[in-house]
Each structure stands twice: as C-alpha cells, then as structure tokens.
Ligand binder design. Structure first.
Ligand code: SF4
Length: 227
C-alpha cells in the first residue's frame, strides 16, 4: 500500500539552508524582529505541516496568476509573475519577489498584487499589518504606488481583497526595520521581544518556533540585569 502522505512529505522535504546576515527578505519584515533574528542565528527545519501550508499558498498563487492571465478575464492583464525586487543598501541587500504585477486595462493602472492563503476568509476583516509592511516595501522599491492584498480561502477559493495605497511613512518604517535587524545581527544582540510587547503582534508568539528559546533568553537577560 502506497502512503501518499509520506510521498508528499518526502517530495516537500528540503535541506535547511542557513540565511546569510546582510541579505533580508520583505516577506519576513513584518514579523517579530526577534524571531527573524533567531532564524538567522539558529536556523530550524521547517515542520512538514508548515511545508504543506506553504505549498498550498504556492498552488493558490499559481491559480490566481492563471485567472489573471486567462482570455476569460479580458479586463485585466498579467504583466509579471514572481517579479524580482532588489534593493541594495550601503551594507545590506533586501531581496524578494512580488507575486503579481497586474494591469487594469480600462484605467491603465498597474497594481502590485500579493496573494495570501487563509484557512477562513470570513475571519479576514482587514489586511494583516505584517502583509502590508511587505507590500509597502515592494511599492517603494518598484516605484509602483498601487498595491493589493488578496486573501484566498484554502477550502473553497473565495477571496477578499484590499487595495493598499502607497504610504511613504510606512515604507520608511519598513526600511528602518531592516536597518534595525541588520544592526542587531551584526552586533550579535537580540532585538527586544516585540511580539510580546506590541498588542497586534501578540498572536505571533503562539506560532513561534523559537518561543522556548525566547523565554529562556529573556529570563537570563532578566537575571543578568537584576544581579
Ligand atoms: S516568542 Fe514571541 S517575542 Fe519571542 S521571538 Fe517568538 S514571536 Fe518574538
């Protein structure tokens, strides 16, 4: 008897490659900075369940690209998929790929699109701040100042989309986050546990694979500061 779950796990298995200090990713910048810092210092293997969720995200993104490029949807044109975005700063590089570049034919407007899969689109009431940070960076780097976040339900392909206008202040804040991350990595000092401190980020700790290490390190830091 062939076990297809096992076949899928084998197929999705990838060697864990460490990340290089000095190369940063827009898809991560909205996450807890401390967690990103840990992921550079202590790379961990991605769990099989998570690999499957990532794969579902890719499949859904391919589907949306198919919809945008179809002759059945003549009002829009797909100008690019997985469009590379790179920004070279003085001492580090930010590199990523925006999911889609779409043209609205009637208005001639070009829009950068990020597709996110979700387990229940009805629960998505507004765009995630961490997703908005990512697309603000893309708009800043590409000079295309219209963005859209599209959430697709993994169960039934229903969507909810949010236009994201360019906001220079937010884009600058994103760049400051990259600088801060680089500073902490090159100085070998962990950033503060922002997901514990910032209210909208609190949920991130529940899904953080570094939660135990973070707690332990915080206790150690606390003891050092009180002795
Ligand atoms: S446990 Fe929370 S605060 Fe600590 S690294 Fe993870 S997300 Fe950040």
């Amino acid at each position: 008897m062939v076990d297809f779950d096992e076949l899928i796990d084998q197929y999705l298995m990838k060697e864990t490659k460490g990340k290089k200090i000095g190369i940063y990713y827009p898809s991560e910048v909205g996450k807890c900075l401390r967690k990103i810092w840990y992921s550079y210092k202590y790379p961990m293997e991605v769990k099989p369940e998570l690999r499957k969720i990532f794969k579902m995200g890719e499949i859904l993104h391919d589907f949306i690209a198919e919809v945008l490029s179809s002759e059945k949807t003549p009002g829009v044109e797909l100008l690019g998929v997985e469009v590379p975005v790179k920004m070279e700063m003085k001492d580090f590089v930010v590199s990523g790929r925006v999911d889609d570049l779409m043209l609205i034919k009637e208005s001639g407007k070009e829009i950068l699109v990020e597709v996110k899969s979700t387990k229940d689109v009805d629960r998505v009431k507004k765009p995630g701040e961490h997703h908005e940070a990512q697309i603000q960076f893309y708009m800043y780097a590409k000079g295309i100042h219209d963005g859209m976040l599209v959430y697709v339900d993994r169960r039934d392909l229903r969507t909810k989309s949010f236009p994201i206008p360019y906001d220079e202040e937010k884009a600058k804040e994103v760049m400051e986050r990259f600088k801060k991350l680089h500073h902490h990595l090159t100085n070998d000092t962990p950033p503060e546990p922002e997901a514990k401190k910032v209210l909208w980020m609190n949920w991130m700790c529940k899904y953080c694979e570094y939660a135990d290490r973070c707690e332990r390190d915080l206790n150690d830091e606390c003891q050092i500061n009180t002795t």
